[in-house]
Design a protein around this ligand. Sequence first.
Ligand SMILES: Cc1ncc(COP(=O)(O)O)c(C=O)c1O
Length: 464
Amino acid sequence: MNWFPDLALFSGPKYKMLADAIEAAITDGTLSSGDRLPTHRGLADQLGVTIGTVTRGYAEAERRRLVHARVGSGTFVMGKIWEKRDFSVKEQADDQLIDLSLSLPVPARREQILANSLRIISADPNRLAPLLEYLPETGLLAHRQAMVNWMRYHGMDVSADNLLITSGGQHANMMTLQGVLKPGDIIVSENLTYPGFINAARQWQLRHIGLEMDEQGLIPEVLEQCCQQQQPRLLYLTPNLQNPTAGVMGLERRKAILSVAARHNLLILEDDVQFIPPSQRLPSLFTLDSERVIYTSSLSKHLAGGLRVGFVCTPPDLTMKLRQAIRNDCWIAPALMSEVAMEWIDSGEAWQLVDWQWQEIQKRQKLLQSILGHLELTSQPYGFHAWLKLPEPWRAETFVRQLEAKNVKVLQAELFAVGSTAAPQAVRICISSPASQEQLEQGLIIIKEMLAHEPAVIMRPMVL
Ligand SMILES: Cc1ncc(COP(=O)(O)O)c(C=O)c1O
């Protein structure tokens, strides 16, 4: 398209003027969704600036989510600014159960996004044709690049060369275990961890050891001792939002864990599927040591679990092993789903959904604090789940049972315990899954009222 910006209307460094000009052109309708911007060289010649200035200007526009770059095709305008969507679910679920047990994205009306993306893709034979071929197990370069862009928005630089597309985060974790470990190998994690990982490790017949943890997660000294005694091969962590205890591993702790791992040649699997908005992220373990850490993530918690799109970033020397694992498992994660996810990201629809969910979660977190904040509660401003240590003399099993009798469901710590480690008297409460804030409020009030009293006396069998 023949768009030519007049930089004289703006002030500041030239690259910023260019980004401002793009923004103004989108606002006044000169540029619209899907328009292709001039090539870097073409625009540089026309404006009499260096190619580097245009590249920086486009990058700044990309950072502002005004445009997106697609490998080999150019830079395109996103649709975000003028298509504001309301995702709220209007109708209330009519079942009685208030389910606070599942870490799901906030219920949202996303069908329109799916319909739009399918329409756009199905209208373009050049996009459809490759999706029917046997493709390399890595996933298409365009899809990998879309995930690189996705991560860049989250403040993380990853390379498409070592990024493999998977069918979600669980698949990425399982492919890691199958790619780098063999049955009988020893692995470690915090002694309370994500049950999907516990099950995957059991299925691959690994020896899984759960280690003592504190409010930041794994304790470096405990890991050091375990490495000396057991020589584990791999450590599994969820440092950005521990599942289930909702703690965050601080930067110093991350570095200390990495240094123990380096001393003992221990691989780390960093699982980062949780919903974490860009402004809330600490440097990932993978960013701190990309030679030792395998990083897995997915779009499930940010966009939709049903997309089944995830990815794994590997140290270069492990990429081939993971490629083999994926090929042996399913040949390739379905490329159609990645194409759909790429369209959500490139069109800007994904960003609207992420922003909307972030607003909604903050409101739900406020509700949580106002109702249960007086208790021993751990939560993060962006967390789908919180961790509640029950006051004396409550036991988690009794609490969960009595709560269920009042149609509220939460999960007890026991379900997250590795092996036979003892679980604390605590529960995980998910605030993202109820259909509305009202329903969440209702559930939290029932929890508060129940904890204001001692448990109902249960007649125990006579024990002599
Ligand atoms: C820590 C963790 N890892 C992985 C997953 C699975 O993610 P996906 O739905 O993308 O397979 C979940 C889902 O709840 C999770 O909590």
